[in-house]
Write a protein that binds this ligand. Sequence first.
Ligand SMILES: C[S@@+](CC[C@H](N)C(=O)[O-])C[C@H]1O[C@@H](n2cnc3c(N)ncnc32)[C@H](O)[C@@H]1O
Length: 219
Amino acid sequence: MSPIQRKPPNTASVAIPGDNGKLHAPSAARNVAAIVDAISAFVPDEGTALEIASGTGQHVVRYAEAFPNIVWQPTDIDTDRLKSIAIWTLDSDLSNIQKPELLNATSDSWSPTWLGQNLIILSNLLHLISEREAMNVITQSAKALASGGVSLIYGPFLRGADFASEGDQKFHESLQFKDSEIGYKSYQFVQNAQTDSGLIPLEPIPMPSSNLLLVARKP
Ligand SMILES: C[S@@+](CC[C@H](N)C(=O)[O-])C[C@H]1O[C@@H](n2cnc3c(N)ncnc32)[C@H](O)[C@@H]1O
């Protein structure tokens, strides 16, 4: 099957050029402290972590700082974001961040390149892609995790058929207006896909602004 490369709407993936090539996403700056806090219960004591759809690089430098015994691998599909991640990494002076790599997470064949991960973390992508693409992200992540590894997925989700807020519903409608295949998924959709892929989902963790952190373990 040919790889899928969907360009998310610009309004859904804001990254503002800043100093010396760094991109800044206001949302990443806003949510990173709460994410670090919530994931601390699930990040392994040591090992490797793959970040999918890293974005600007603001998240991975904070993760690497907060969890220094983990070697963090940032990835993204967008070459401008990869350049930005490299600069955020360089400026951070942290030695536990690998060179950012190109990864199309919606392809159905990326896992063999990234086997043995103790942690795979993804934020704010699943609402920007189709259900089939989301299934690929989840299935490939499950394959890439080592036994005992953890999947962490942060973002906005439906609760069954219900939106968590009016703002969520408006955002979803604006996404579907641009591309009818994309939009919010329910957290149950994610958990069912994880279960079908051999993962064991835990209870969703409520996050600020109606977001959720979805945690699943590989036996
Ligand atoms: C809304 S941004 C989220 C960035 C970051 N994770 C965050 O939460 O701030 C979505 C990111 O997904 C990336 N992306 C879109 N499609 C992708 C794909 N198929 N594979 C990997 N990354 C993708 C975009 O380049 C962008 O960096």
